[in-house]
Design a protein. Structure first.
Length: 289
């Protein structure tokens, strides 16, 4: 192997190792902190009970996990996040699939302009839409009596609108890589356009659809800004509810870290189970078409 290639490979491994280190070190500290007592966790120098911060807990405890739902209704927040995230995933995936299929298979006036406008929305910071969304929700509720703020459907609508632009563009690129002749052959065999989509295109586009679904789920699960304004006690999500461990009189860091571990498990399981489809869908969506 040439020396230059060896150097390139070493640099690549170092870069990958650095990225992994940056990602995993905070998570490792969170796992360690979830087994520590409050005094040990809050120690930052020798002036605090003679303790220094360590990676290995001196006296490991499961109390933080046993009491994760005692002072903060974290299980209720967990249920809210699951419902909102699953709803966002389902609605965004179906709408993105229909829009991507139309953009890929139909020629109509303004198609490219529409695609560019969809992408352009990603250039604007999310906080720019916070006040408009709040005013829209308030106005609709006042004039129609239909509640939107602090409701599941209101949050699903909000997160779906943010997940759709990227989802539509990525799925369109993926469907562009599926030959048009497959649709035509299915319709020659007697399928309608809708039947060809659900029976032929959807199975072939499964990796792209899975990537879009996981993207929508994780986006809704992790979002904080809009959840802090548009949710209340009825629909508060874990991303906002986790801050309830910090009050004006105390900070339960151990409980917060234990809660973070608990609420991250579903996402880790989902991502691990669908990892092959996610990687395949993202790579194909970025290169096809």
């Amino acid at each position: 192997m040439r020396p230059r290639r060896v150097v390139q490979r070493i640099l690549l491994y170092l870069a990958v190792g650095l990225v992994v280190l940056v990602v995993l070190v905070p998570y490792a500290w969170m796992i360690s902190g979830s087994f520590k007592e409050t005094l040990e966790l809050q120690s930052s120098d020798v002036t605090v009970a003679g303790l220094r911060p360590t990676w290995i807990p001196r006296r490991p405890t499961l109390r933080n996990y046993r009491e994760v739902n005692s002072s903060v209704p974290m299980l209720s927040y967990f249920r809210h996040s699951i419902l909102i995230s699953l709803g966002t995933m389902a609605v965004a995936t179906v709408l993105a699939l229909l829009a991507a299929y139309a953009l890929s298979r139909f020629n109509f006036r303004g198609r490219e302009a529409y695609t560019v406008s969809v992408l352009a929305t990603q250039m604007l910071p999310g906080i720019l839409f916070l006040i408009p969304y709040y005013l829209i929700f308030t106005t609709i509720s006042r004039r129609t009596g239909i509640p939107l703020r602090d409701t599941y459907w209101g949050m699903i609508f909000t997160y779906t609108s943010f997940a759709l632009p990227f989802s539509v563009v990525m799925l369109r690129s993926y469907i562009n890589g599926i030959p048009l002749e497959i649709d035509e052959q299915a319709m020659i065999d007697g399928c309608t356009r809708a039947r060809a989509l659900w029976s032929v295109i959807v199975p072939l586009a499964t990796p792209g659809i899975a990537a879009v679904a996981i993207y929508a789920f994780i986006m809704a699960w992790n979002e904080v800004l809009f959840a802090s304004v548009l949710t209340g006690r009825v629909t508060r999500t874990v991303s906002v509810g986790i801050m309830d461990y910090i009050t004006a009189t105390s900070s339960n860091w151990g409980g917060m870290m234990a809660a973070c571990i608990v609420i991250s498990i579903p996402v880790l399981i989902l991502f691990t189970a669908m990892q092959r489809y996610i990687v395949e869908g993202l790579v194909a969506g970025a290169t096809k078409g």
